[in-house]
Structures are given as C-alpha cells and as structure tokens.
Design a protein around this ligand. Structure first.
Ligand code: TMP
Length: 217
C-alpha cells in the first residue's frame, strides 16, 4: 500500500495530451482546501522561475528539435530546480503539493515514445533526485484520438511542439504511462479520463481518500 511519509504528501497527475490534468489538479486542490488542507499547486515543465524559463525554451517551438536525450536532460534540469526551490520546501513545511506532471512524463514522452532507454532515465533520475518520488500518482487515461481532439479544441495556440506529433507517438505514450502504473501499483492509480471533469474528479477523490486521507487521519 501507499507509503505515508513524515513530510506532507506529494501527489502528481500524469497523462497524455488533453487528458484533463490541469483541470483535475485544480479540482483536487479545491476539494482538499474544502476539508482544510491547503495545497501548493505546481506544474512541469516549470514550477520555479528557472524551470519556467526552460519550459518556454522547450515548448515554444523556436528551438530546432535536439532529440529525446537532450530533451530529457533539459526536463531533468528543470525538475531538479523545481524540486529544490518549490516542492521540497513546501513538503518539509508540512504543505501538500500537487504537480501537473512530474518524472513519469519523461519516462513516457522521452522514454516509451521517444526511445531513450528506461534504465538510462532511471539512472539519471537516481543520480540527481535519489529516491525522491511522488507518494501518489494519478494517471489520467484516455484514447489518444479523444485527447488530441480535446487539446485541439483549446485552439491552435495551445498546440505545442509535443502535441503536434502523430497518433502512433501518442499511442506509445499512453502505453508508456500504463506500463509505469503496472510496474508501480502501490504509487500509481489509473483513472479513466472520459466523462465530465466532475466525474473524473470524483474518481480521483476516491483514490486520494483511500490511499492518503485514511492514513493521515
Ligand atoms: P503540458 O501539456 O502538461 O503543459 O506539458 C507540456 C508538454 O511537455 C507536454 O506535451 C508533455 C511534455 N513533457 C515531456 O515531453 N517530458 C517531460 O518530462 C514533461 C514534464 C513534459
């Protein structure tokens, strides 16, 4: 079962494009706030001033593609700063943190879909973050056709460099997230992301209640 740490819990949302992570991150934070648990809400890439600069560099499309390994290293550089500047200080001060994406995105996008070996990414993460990982990861699962249609409906300006890749890439991405969930069932839960945001939020809430709230009392 989920390990409950001394520090406050760290929750991440993961999933492909258009799965609704950003909405669900907000809805979960609202629901926790309603029971008196104020959360730090953050995102990746980004979440600290330096990491937001790296986000702009990675997602703007102004940078010619440098391949998945260089991308992974940039995402990781942003992540190290995000953890040091934002996530860890909050957790150690007793505040819950919810992040819209974290390390599993690198394993799915640059790993499963991009071709960087899993062991390479695991080694790099271990080198710079040790054993630090989320206490609970909610993977929002959706067929890529539906996710891409949702992402497209947000308007062309919201379609970034990663969203514009072909369907096979997004299917590999989905399988990558599902493989992570199968490998780490004690940390991860897969949530069906179809239906209304409220339905999906209710599914997420049931898992947070069972895995975290029942243990913190
Ligand atoms: P967003 O769609 O959640 O804003 O994320 C921005 C894009 O960055 C999204 O297409 C996924 C991609 N990404 C990676 O490729 N690797 C990573 O490690 C992270 C955090 C995001």
């Amino acid at each position: 079962m989920t390990r409950v740490p001394q520090r406050a819990p760290f929750i991440t949302f993961e999933g492909g494009e258009g799965a609704g992570k950003t909405t669900q991150t907000r809805l979960l934070a609202d629901r926790l706030a309603a029971i008196g648990i104020a959360c730090v809400v953050t995102r990746e890439p980004g979440g600290s001033p330096f990491a937001e600069e790296v986000r702009a560099l990675l997602l703007s499309g102004h940078l010619p593609p440098r391949g998945p390994m260089a991308e992974a290293l940039l995402f990781l550089a942003a992540r190290v700063d995000h953890v040091a500047e934002t996530i860890m200080p909050a957790l150690e001060a007793g505040q819950w943190v919810i992040s819209d994406r974290f390390a599993d995105s690198t394993f799915a996008y640059q790993g499963a879909a991009g071709g960087v070996p899993r062991a390479t990414l695991a080694g790099l993460h271990h080198l710079v973050l040790g054993d630090f990982r989320p206490d609970l990861t909610l993977i929002l699962d959706l067929p890529p056709e539906i996710g891409l249609a949702r992402a497209g409906a947000r308007g062309q300006s919201a379609v970034d460099r990663f969203e514009s890749r072909e369907l096979a890439y997004h299917e590999a991405l989905r399988q990558g997230f599902l493989a992570i969930a199968a490998e780490e069932p004690q940390r991860c839960a897969v949530i069906e992301a179809s239906g209304s945001p409220e339905d999906v939020a209710a599914r997420a809430w049931r898992i947070v209640e069972a895995r975290l709230l029942s243990k913190v009392g």
